[in-house]
Design a binder for this molecule. Structure first.
Ligand SMILES: Nc1nc2c(ncn2[C@@H]2O[C@H](COP(=O)(O)OP(=O)(O)OP(=O)(O)O)[C@@H](O)[C@H]2O)c(=O)[nH]1
Ligand SMILES: Nc1nc2c(ncn2[C@@H]2O[C@H](COP(=O)(O)OP(=O)(O)OP(=O)(O)O)[C@@H](O)[C@H]2O)c(=O)[nH]1
Ligand SMILES: [Mg+2]
Ligand SMILES: [Mg+2]
Lengths: 290, 263
């Protein structure tokens, strides 16, 4: 455990009574390795440890009888705070329709997340419309149609390009009185300028209330790069962290929230459409710390 | 000193992993002589770790079978489509097995790739036993005198024991049908972090992985976890995916890979 590791670090540089700053430095170096092993981005780990250093060098920690525990607590608190502190409520305005666009890199779980979200809002009494705006991936539309059928939510994909599909879907939602429109988009690389331009155009057509970025919980150092780029291009409002049912430590959760200041609203906990749960920063902090 | 720290950070950012990165830099520093180029020495070390056996080993006198496995969304189905096209271009006849009988529109997706690659597809209805599809596909491939059979499987997280058992069964049935796999390719997404090592270990234990197909290298992720996968499991990278098009498949080149990591 992290406390165990830090205890060992403090023991090695044993000094009498009060904790020595050297011990704190050794602990921070060990913490850095632990965070990197958990896939926290290098820059994010270093920023976090800077804040931890300041707090760890305080009188209260330095004079504590259980300094390792104190330092772990500081790290855990900082992790939790950086990820938003408390669970972020995902709210939809009463506008008709409320529009959610889901974006992200290839294979991150967008299509599944759209269907999961549609099921969730339907359970809350809303009338969602799923929009299959990925016209690129083979059988992407069929995939969303199949999922929509499983949960009794209509799926549309009317148009020869994603912008037209988006516009047509909004019109249809208006005509049929559907109050939530959830738009699935093609997976795209943040370095594919043309695809990022397309994402912006789809967003402009939708004027969405939320742009959620699906992010795979097993993503490594690249999570920061992806999150920054999508933030810059489509001003993401928050994240769905997918495939958390694996055993990845999930440092990406810290990376993406730290560099965007946006929260993780949901986690994907499996392949069933009911496998969507709220994100709890404190639980994630424990997971990252192992 | 700062230069070495900079190189170590480059490795960490490439998902090589902090322990491996520290070790590599430490070992290279130990044999460093004045006048040496640190970056070139690190590149050499990466190439040495990655090894030499990067080709697909397929028999030419009987049915060759390739089993494709990996976690959800890593790029298995797309890689199969590209590989089928490559093998067809080499003059081989290819058959595909629709072993993902679980996910929505998995069959339809593989159908599109089979058509693009000119490959024959053996599939059953959604919900069928993947082992039954595997059995059928081998029987059909042998009967048709096809050169290569590539077996797609559903994405699965390695932590799900029943799903890993299902994969073991698929492999056993392939052997029973006379289609023992010549290659078992683990498809790893280049954006995967340290969990990639746990994935590789679990899949290797379950179905004896013979090679890695590292996908999405057309992004910014470097795929550094393949170093630990090679070192700890002895599994080499055989193929890399560099895009979503049918031609975006390359044979693994350790030198180019090392260069890309070191920027
Ligand atoms: N175990 C698990 N699997 C998931 C989760 N979310 C999605 N998946 C699986 O991950 C794979 C990819 O999901 P998709 O929804 O197709 O991902 P995508 O982002 O739409 O992919 P592209 O459209 O190709 O970019 C599928 O096999 C899903 O069933 C999750 O939370 N847990
Ligand atoms: N940019 C890029 N995208 C890729 C590459 N390989 C696959 N993809 C994309 O990644 C997404 C997932 O690919 P799939 O082939 O469906 O992945 P899979 O492993 O079969 O997914 P599941 O069967 O759901 O587990 C698709 O959008 C592909 O187009 C690659 O090398 N580069
Ligand atoms: Mg999709
Ligand atoms: Mg697939």
């Amino acid at each position: 455990t992290l406390t165990g590791r830090l205890n060992a670090v403090f023991k090695k540089l044993r000094s009498r009574g009060k904790l020595h700053p050297k011990q704190v430095e050794a602990a921070l170096a060990d913490m850095r390795t632990a965070l990197l092993e958990a896939d926290v981005a290098v820059e994010v780990a270093e920023d976090l440890l800077e804040r931890v250093r300041t707090r760890a060098l305080s009188e209260e920690v330095m004079r504590s009888l259980t300094p390792a525990q104190q330092v772990v607590k500081v790290v855990r608190d900082e992790l939790t705070a950086t990820m938003g502190g408390t669970q972020a409520a995902f709210t939809l305005p009463s506008a008709r329709p409320a529009v959610v666009m889901v974006a992200g890199v290839q294979g991150s779980g967008k299509t599944t997340a759209c269907a999961k979200l549609a099921r969730m809002v339907k359970e809350k009494g809303k009338h969602p419309l799923l929009v299959a705006a990925d016209l690129q991936r083979p059988a992407a539309i069929e995939q969303l149609v199949t999922l929509g059928r499983e949960i009794g939510v209509p799926v549309v994909s009317d148009g020869r390009d994603p912008v037209k599909v988006a516009r047509s879907a909004l019109k249809q939602a208006g005509r049929e009185g559907l109050d939530v429109v959830i738009v699935d988009t093609a997976g795209r690389l943040h370095v594919d300028d043309e695809m990022m331009r397309e994402a912006r155009r789809v967003k402009e057509a939708l004027r969405p209330h939320h742009v959620l970025m699906a992010c795979d919980a097993m993503t490594g150092q690249d999570a920061v790069v992806q999150a920054r780029a999508f933030m810059r291009e489509v001003d993401t409002t928050g994240f769905v962290l997918t495939k958390i049912d694996g055993d990845a430590r999930g440092g990406a959760a810290l990376s993406i929230t730290a560099v965007t200041g946006r929260p993780v609203f949901f986690v994907g906990t499996g392949e069933k459409l009911s496998d969507l749960e709220p994100f709890y920063p404190d639980r994630m902090a424990s997971r990252i710390l192992g | 000193d700062a230069e070495w720290a900079g190189l170590e950070e480059l490795l960490v950012r490439a998902d090589v992993g902090p322990a491996t990165a520290t070790r590599i830099v430490k070992e290279v520093r130990e044999r460093f002589a004045p006048g040496d180029d640190p970056r070139a020495l690190i590149a050499e070390e990466l190439v040495a770790i990655l090894g030499r056996d990067h080709g697909l080993e397929l028999p030419s006198d009987r049915l060759a079978v390739i089993l494709v496995v990996g976690v959800n969304g890593s790029g298995k189905t797309t890689t199969i489509g590209k590989l089928a096209a490559r093998l067809a271009a080499e003059g081989r006849t290819v058959s595909l097995a629709g072993g993902d009988t679980f996910r929505a529109a998995a069959s339809e997706q593989l159908e599109v790739w089979a058509a693009r690659a000119g490959a024959h597809l053996v599939a059953q209805e959604r919900g069928a036993d993947p082992a039954a599809v595997a059995f059928d596909a081998v029987t059909s491939a042998i009967a048709r005198g096809v050169d290569v059979l590539i077996v797609d499987t559903a994405g699965r997280l390695h932590t799900r024991t029943p799903l890993m058992d299902e994969l073991r069964k698929v492999r056993r049935v392939l052997e029973k049908a006379g289609g023992r796999p010549d290659e078992v390719l683990l498809v790893l997404d280049a954006t995967t972090g340290q969990n990639g090592i746990a994935q590789a270990a679990a899949f290797a234990e379950a179905v004896e992985v013979t090679g890695v197909a590292l996908t999405k290298l057309d992004g910014t992720a470097k795929g550094g976890i393949v170093l630990a996968v090679r070192e700890r499991l002895g599994v080499p990278v055989k193929l890399i995916g560099t895009g979503e098009g049918i031609g975006d498949l390359e044979t693994f080149d350790p030198h180019a890979f090392a260069e890309r990591i070191l920027g």
